[in-house]
Design a binder for this molecule. Sequence first.
Ligand SMILES: [Zn+2]
Length: 541
Amino acid sequence: MAGSLMAGSLAAGSLAAGALLGCSQSEAGRAPDDVAVEPKPSAQGAPPTAPRSDPGQVAPVPNSAQPYSVKRAPPAESVRPESAVPLNVLLITVDTLRADHLSCYGYSRATSPCIDRLAAQGTLFERCIVQWPKTGPSMASMLSSTYGSTSGVMRETLKVKVPLHYDLLPEIVQRSGWNTLGVVSNISLSEKFQYDQGFDRYFVHPGASSRGDAVTDRAIELLEGREPQKNFFLWAHYLDPHAPYVPPKRHIEPFTSDAKWQAGAAPPLPVDPRVADPNAPAPEMNDLGMIPAYAYFPARYPWVKEKDQLRNYVAAYDGDIRYVDEQIGKLLDWMNERQLLTNTVIAFTADHGEGLGGHDYYFEHGRFPYDDCAHVPLIVVHPDWQPRRVAAPVALMDLAPTLLDLLGLKNGWQFEGQSLRTWLAAGAPAEAAAPVFTESGYTKEFDVAVRRGKWKLIKIGSQKTASLLTGKKYELYDVEADPGETKNLVDEESEIAEQLKEELDAFVDSAYAKTPPDPEGVELSAEEKAQMEALGYTGDG
Ligand SMILES: [Zn+2]
């Protein structure tokens, strides 16, 4: 059943070759009227509007015109001998990146020419599901290959550190001889939360230094200064699509006049009252049903005329994706020119997606386990293996065991994910339809979802949360037919719901019964706290 999921949903076709050329525009100057990408500050401003989440349209799979030099051997030698030189690893993660807003995942806008180019050379997992759709918990899950309920990195983002006694992916490769390099742009991944474990060099670019060009420049600097006698492992985490959405003008303008924008006219959205009056009381649910204050269009973006229109926020979000795509292209071009990709496994993914109005949830993530926040891209390029697409759901926590498997290294003792090596080499094996679970929410009664093939069952943890949604404790969706998860089929498809309930209830009972280490708390400076708050992090998550 899993094998058929999404199959055929992305028609193989071709992008114009020109669309793949010069995608990074690396050193090209900006247009004179371009406004520099604004760092992620706190928001100010006036109000936006409109439609619900976009289901995306079928888009072509790009050709591999102008491919990166990632394939190091002709087809006849395409099986990697055991004695081959160890591989480098380039791990790129993008904050807040919905899979369905990338062209290679079927989006109607050309947001991602560079990522598409990468996808054309690797394995694209059509349904990669995160284990907790919030930065810290998701990245802790990716690096430690554990669920949040296991590690304790969940619920209260500001209070929880990644456990020191875990074997994290970077620690394992570091002690196996790799030169480990990291640059992250979200302060919630800083050393204070212990995400720097296992890195020889680790840079955090918070606040004003968080934009994509700084990350790319730092990544290049790290590669230039790498230890030449060692293989490298580089993790670069970009923040740009995180709200507030502030792309260069040249990247938002194409999306504020196209057909999608034209079709997106809708009534204005309510705005957090603190936009107009900073002293107004905080709404109880300021990310539900309204534009949160921190995401409100900054005043210095005067060309955004209707600041309460959802379609303008979606255009800006897509513009941020186009910008980060350009920066990723710049890094890949730099590496490609220096032959650094020919012996390198490239993994590209995200920590979570973004609420763009689905379920009345705006410009945030982490509260619910719906696919707008739980479904992320996952593309893995291996120098020896042919490009393919995998339709069966996989978990982001499968990435660490996969990379270690490719490097010939053993998993950490606490790993809960599985290696996808055979999937990369030959596609998903028939028996691989293991369930994928996602946890979400901010309370001890967190929500949990299970995914099998096209079916997804959600167990809402609390009555309060259920009252914000369908009012039901369980929600069943056919995510193939209904990607926006709008029609709860729990009564209509009772047989399937019952089967999944058994599996989900057992997982929830186990997850709730776990006793992860008590949060030690994290001491943040006033500046660090302000930087966190500018990204929407509050005391509860
Ligand atoms: Zn994030």
